[in-house]
Design a protein around this ligand. Structure first.
Ligand code: AMP
Ligand code: TRP
Length: 334
């Protein structure tokens, strides 16, 4: 039997090249060899304020981009997190088996506190326990994610092990994070020490998957480099060039060394054009398919079928957990 692999993306903004390289393209690569379960983490989005109309557009676009990037709804189960309500229910149970100290250590929350951000929601604080529920309720063996999510998968493992031990039963499969060697952290094009992220302040930092190809090319052409004047993979001294090399290698599915030897005699302008052409090719393929998906009206059916399938696994696991914890009187079958 194929092992189960699960991942999700939180489209609190439009999906970008970091999401594609760090996560999405790997979902596609693995869909033949694993039982792939992918979802849109819409509840995670509202842990920070969202404008409802913009949120709905971002969720729809993300679902379309999953398929446009090559996920095949015949192979992968694709659904919206809130359509399978058992995820949230298990999340509360997991919160009741997690410690404040653990959640205090989660960098996503900790960083916002350190920056002095106020009005942080309780949802943001308990965010990792909902993520743990997403993973555990779907029986995932592997969780392909970018490096920023590793800590959350480790917390998931800790909670799962704790509960398996406490109740002396295999309530949950212990999941493993799957982090690619190349591309698990794509950096901003302007602030090369930060990851490319939806919260980037200027539009020039980030390439969205739905950016017009011309816009994306301009952004690459104005990416920050250095004054070394050589094409080499050296993230410490040449972070900008190294980031562009990582982008090119990931999209071409080639070694970074191969790209370096191909480009080593280029000036920076020519090298940027070379990377921009690779990005443009990827974006235009994705965007053609995205337009087809939107026009075909297939999304509703894909999400409906996906939610029904995902609910079977989730409801079974939840019923088993609730029964084990002594929560049930009439068996939770109402
Ligand atoms: P998010 O957009 O935060 O929901 O992230 C969705 C997935 O994309 C997760 O697996 C992240 O680790 C991954 N991801 C987000 N930003 C980047 C980035 N700049 N580089 C690589 N992976 C990323
Ligand atoms: N927290 C993840 C992120 O921001 C999204 C996510 C939610 C997720 N639930 C998950 C990823 C379960 C993997 C598995 O990227």
């Amino acid at each position: 039997m194929k092992k189960r692999m699960l991942s999700g993306i939180k489209p609190s903004g439009q999906l970008h090249l970091g999401n594609y390289i760090g996560a999405l393209r790997n979902f596609v690569r693995y869909q033949d060899d694993y039982e792939m379960v992918v979802f849109i983490a819409n509840l995670h989005c509202i842990t920070v304020p969202q404008e409802p109309t913009a949120l709905q557009t971002n969720l729809r676009d993300a679902a379309a981009l999953y398929i446009a990037s090559g996920l095949d709804p015949q192979k992968a189960t694709i659904f919206l997190q809130s359509d399978v309500m058992a995820h949230s229910q298990l999340s509360f149970i997991l919160q009741s088996h997690s410690y404040l100290g653990e959640l205090n250590r989660m960098t996503q929350y900790k960083d916002k506190v350190a920056k002095g951000e106020t009005e942080l929601t309780v949802g943001l604080y308990t965010y990792p326990t909902l993520m743990a529920a997403d993973i555990l309720i779907q029986d995932a063996h592997y969780v392909p994610v970018g490096i920023d999510q590793k800590q959350h998968v480790e917390l998931t493992r800790d909670i799962a092990q704790r509960m398996n031990n406490r109740y002396k039963k295999t309530l949950f499969t212990i999941p493993e994070p799957l982090i690619e060697k190349v591309g698990s952290k794509i950096y901003s094009l302007q602030n090369v020490e930060n990851k490319m992220s939806k919260s980037d302040t200027t539009e020039k930092d980030i390439i969205y998957l739905l950016d017009p190809v011309k816009t994306a090319t301009k952004k690459i052409m104005s990416a920050v480099t250095d004054s070394e004047n050589k094409i080499a993979y050296d993230p410490v001294n040449q972070p900008g060039i190294s980031n562009l090399l990582t982008i090119a290698a990931s999209l071409q599915v080639q070694n970074i060394d191969t790209i370096v030897s191909e480009c080593k005699n280029m000036q920076y302008g020519a090298f940027k054009k070379y990377v921009a052409d690779i990005v443009a090719k990827t974006l235009s393929e994705i965007q053609d398919k995205y337009n087809e998906v939107i026009e075909s009206n297939m999304l509703e059916k894909v999400l409906q079928d996906g939610a029904e399938k995902a609910a079977i696994t989730a409801n079974n696991r939840l019923a088993m957990v609730q029964e084990t914890l002594g929560l049930e009187i009439i068996g939770g079958k109402l």
